[in-house]
Design a protein around this ligand. Structure first.
Ligand code: ATP
Ligand code: MG
Length: 400
């Protein structure tokens, strides 16, 4: 079957009035972005609360898999779309029937199926109404393909016929990712490590329409170039959905060594995390990000007990810390990681900076007052070290 159009479905709930235009315009912009990466030529139009893509010379699988990366899309319907004639008329009943029969014949070589025709006459000047059209098409289908049977309650094939500015025929709805189009919310700063969790956390917030900027704390020479490359690749996974990710690579080695030298080793991880949060907070405020994002989840490791979360969270006061995975089990996180194609990269073995100096028995119930007290040991040099880390920020722009 030669499809030559897609009808794009999106959820409209909650997007009314002026916001609806913002939503639709952002959606169209994102569709254009992904289609520019595909072979073929495409024409996107937004008509009467619908988005259509006319396509020529395209690869079906490639195009669909790109469209599936656009947040806001709930369904992708491969369609046959027939334009009006020179006098601005839609095809008459015979013309519609012929198009529908051709469509069924092309898409369903095996006719031993139940079906239902659903017709929508949006153009009220069309002389036949929806009910009549559906009944007529049903009769003609039964006549042309005697193996097919009507099932109005639970059909195997639901044939949608729309009489709009064009005649559209589609039956399959390929699921989209849902969510809100990128560009409809603000920006947030993701603490991105090389693990499984933080890329998933970034994906989930991005799915709500939020642009993602990211920061990675690197600890050369204790961590390798490969560990850094892994994080760049994971930022690329997110960029596939958002278009771009600006990644800050912060050299954290001197701060880490200084904490190691001055503070109790069982508190190293928690104190390190607090400094990561502080630096991410500064970067966020500089970039206009409206929150931090981490991949933390209650109880997953020692540094993610509720006491630890309280202790790391308290250093960020002016903006929220979003933890979309907070109540997720690891397996549920792995499932999403897998689905978004991050998993294979995340499980590569290269160490990130946290795993290297980790104590055998880190504190699991840090007391914030004690941690604050021990951080006083850092007073002599920490401001300068933080400033140097910020001054030597390596910014990598990742576009997809
Ligand atoms: P992940 O799978 O995301 O690495 P994790 O289960 O290993 O998480 P932790 O190492 O405790 O958990 O890290 C908790 C969160 O802190 C991470 O999800 C991430 O947001 C942030 N984080 C940890 N290490 C780094 C790092 N080197 N650079 C940037 N962010 C980091
Ligand atoms: Mg980690």
């Amino acid at each position: 079957m030669q499809y030559h159009a897609f009808v794009i479905k999106y959820a409209e709930i909650g997007v009314k009035g002026k916001n609806r235009y913002i939503f639709e315009d952002a959606l169209v912009k994102q569709l254009k972005r992904v289609l520019a990466k595909c072979d073929g030529s495409f024409n996107i139009s937004k008509v009467a609360g619908r988005i259509y893509i006319e396509a020529e010379g395209f690869d079906f699988d490639e195009t669909v898999s790109q469209l599936q990366t656009v947040f806001g899309v709930t369904g992708i319907c491969p369609a046959v779309s027939i334009a009006r004639d020179g006098e601005n008329h839609l095809p008459d009943v015979d013309g519609v029937a012929k198009a529908v029969l051709d469509f069924i014949d092309g898409v369903y070589p095996n006719k031993n199926k139940t079906f239902k025709v659903k017709c929508r006459r949006v153009d009220k000047s069309y002389p036949v109404d929806s009910m009549e059209m559906a009944a007529e098409l049903g009769a003609r289908i039964l006549n042309a393909f005697p193996e097919m049977k009507v099932d109005v309650h639970d059909p195997e094939i639901l044939i949608n016929v729309e009489l709009r500015e064009k005649l559209n025929i589609f039956s399959e709805i390929i699921p989209g990712p849902g969510g809100m189009p990128i560009g409809t919310a603000g920006k947030a700063m993701l603490l991105l490590s090389g693990g499984i969790d933080s890329p998933v956390a970034g994906y989930m917030v991005a799915k709500r329409g939020v642009e993602i900027e990211a920061v990675y704390f690197n600890a050369p020479p204790y961590t390798s170039e490969k560990a850094k490359q892994k994080v760049i690749d994971l930022a690329g996974v997110i960029a596939k959905y958002t278009g771009k990710v600006k990644l800050h690579v912060i050299n954290f080695t001197d701060i880490q060594m200084y904490i190691y030298e001055k503070c109790p080793h069982d508190e190293l991880t928690i104190i390190m995390r607090r400094y990561m949060m502080r630096i991410a907070d500064i970067l966020a405020q500089k970039s206009g990000s409206m929150g931090l994002i981490t991949g933390e989840s209650i109880g997953q490791v020692a540094s993610q007990t509720m006491q630890s979360l309280m202790c790391t969270g308290e250093v960020v006061t002016d903006i929220p810390v979003y933890r979309p995975l907070i109540a997720f089990d690891k397996q549920d996180i792995v499932d999403i990681s897998y689905k978004i194609d991050a998993y294979e990269t995340s499980i590569l073995p290269y160490e990130d900076c946290c795993t290297i100096f980790v104590a055998k028995h880190p504190v699991t119930k840090p007391r914030t007052d004690i941690i604050r007290k021990h951080e006083e040991n850092l007073v002599e040099k920490i401001d300068e070290l933080m400033q140097t880390a910020l001054d030597t920020d390596e910014v990598i722009e990742i576009t997809r």
